[in-house]
Design a protein around this ligand. Sequence first.
Ligand SMILES: [Zn+2]
Length: 50
Amino acid sequence: MNWIEKYIDIFQCPYCKGELYLDKDKNKLVCKKCKRVYDIIEGIPILLRY
Ligand SMILES: [Zn+2]
């Protein structure tokens, strides 16, 4: 388990404040609510509005 999985609860979607989950195959965070996808770059989730 990597640190992102351990601390997944502290992350939230910057658009809708929804919960996120880790898509391990793509190595991205995905919002459960609005389905937006966030990159993880060098182990750091990039939770920015674009
Ligand atoms: Zn969202």
